[in-house]
Write a protein that binds this ligand. Structure first.
Ligand code: NAD
Ligand code: IPM
Ligand code: MN
Length: 355
């Protein structure tokens, strides 16, 4: 029997609550498949700083590199917001992604028919939305030098090299080939030199994918188009900061940020993580929506472990729970037959799998 080693990084805030539910669902899937999981926990974020004095202890990298995949919850919280930049939870996460080399962050946004009323947009606008933001994850303004801060000045630099753009563009075109074969590259080439290089490079890479239709959009227009007519998008290819912003925006097409999963890939070990944060405002109350993390576990099976049938089982169970009217607090107003806790939602989804 195959045995997959999963590194679990629960993190801060709601992180432990949502990762526990994803583990419940993974165990349910394993119980009716020809593989099993072993888990090793590792610290990252504020909890790691509190215990080890570092938001990314060396041991965490080692555990991740010794695993088959990493399932990650979320990090951050006000308690750590005044630490020096390098000691903040967010710096730990950025360093983690960089050290692993996961340059491609796949963020699908799908509108479930069952939740059509949960979107902040009209049903007629969002029905059938199925798009994928392909976000470059370890470059751009998040990492560019110089950066710094004095009392009266702060600066960051948006840098991309041609090679960094080439590899993320290939990811986007390959994904588009499995989907509706359309890539919209989002940039700010009308203003930024780095974006002009981005656009020129994407056009070059596109020549290797003649079946894929490539379009370009400025990021400000893209933010508007995502709300005006989201169905026009299949794959949205974009840089680090634009992808961060557009994917949070896209989550409201689906109805809650608690629904959106992601896969951070491109290296030997992938990191599977919801797109949302540690939600300090609801942490510890047992009301967070675990679906984004459970769907991230499904992406781990699909993209990281090549267990497509098992991934489908999770996806189907999520849909079943929603179609039966189970809702966590964030979606309680929308066609709920029963409002459930974080842990109840995990159990319901797990039960649909083993049944
Ligand atoms: P957030 O995503 O944590 O929360 C935004 C809003 O969405 C909050 O009202 C929250 O309650 C809600 N929300 C988020 N996830 C939810 C879920 N699963 N179920 C129900 N509601 C959910 O963003 P924020 O408030 O801007 O940031 C909080 C902290 O998280 C900050 O420290 C930030 O740096 C960090 N953060 C971490 C990650 C990550 O670990 N990948 C991502 C984003 C933000
Ligand atoms: C995300 C988060 C992170 C990012 C932060 C916490 C570093 O917002 O995963 O989307 O900006 O990438
Ligand atoms: Mn974000």
């Amino acid at each position: 029997m195959k045995k997959y080693k999963i590194a679990l990084i629960k993190g801060d805030g709601i992180g432990p609550e949502i990762v526990d539910e994803a583990v419940k669902v993974l165990d349910a899937v394993a119980s009716c498949s020809d593989f099993s999981f072993s888990y090793e926990e590792a610290l990252m974020g504020g909890c790691a700083y509190d215990i080890a004095g570092d938001p990314l202890p060396k041991e965490t990298i080692n555990i991740a590199l010794n695993s088959d995949a990493v399932l990650f919850g979320a990090i951050g919280g006000e308690k750590w917001d005044t630490l020096p930049r390098e000691m903040r939870p967010e710096s730990g996460l950025l360093r983690f992604r960089k050290e692993l080399g996961v340059y491609a962050n796949l963020r699908p946004a799908v509108v479930y028919d069952e939740l059509i009323n949960a979107s902040s947009l009209k049903a007629s606008v969002v029905k059938g939305v199925d798009l994928m933001v392909v976000r470059e994850l370890i470059g751009g303004i998040y990492f560019g030098e110089p950066k710094g801060r004095t009392a009266d000045k702060g600066w960051n630099t948006m840098v991309y090299t041609r090679d960094e753009i080439v590899r993320i563009a290939h990811q986007a075109f390959k994904i588009a080939m499995q989907r509706s074969k359309r890539v919209c590259s989002v940039d700010k080439a009308n203003v930024l030199d780095v974006s002009q290089l981005w656009r020129d490079t994407v056009i070059e890479v596109a020549k290797e994918y003649p079946e894929v239709e490539l379009s370009h959009m400025y990021v400000d227009n893209a933010a508007m188009q995502l709300i005006r007519d989201p169905r026009q998008f299949d794959v949205m290819l974009t840089g680090n900061i634009f992808g961060d912003i557009l994917s949070d925006e896209a989550s409201m097409l689906s109805g809650s940020i608690g629904l959106l999963p992601s896969a951070s890939v491109g290296a030997k070990i992938g990191v599977y993580e919801p797109i949302h944060g540690s939600a300090p405002d609801i942490a510890g109350q047992g009301i967070a929506n675990p679906i984004a993390t459970i769907a991230s576990a499904s992406m781990m099976l699909r993209y990281g472990l090549d267990e497509i049938a098992a991934a489908k089982k999770i996806d189907d169970a999520i849909k079943k729970a929603l179609s039966e009217g189970y809702r966590t607090q964030d979606l309680a107003q929308f066609d709920a037959k029963e409002v459930c806790s974080t842990s109840e939602m995990g159990s319901i989804i797990a039960n649909y799998i083993v049944r």
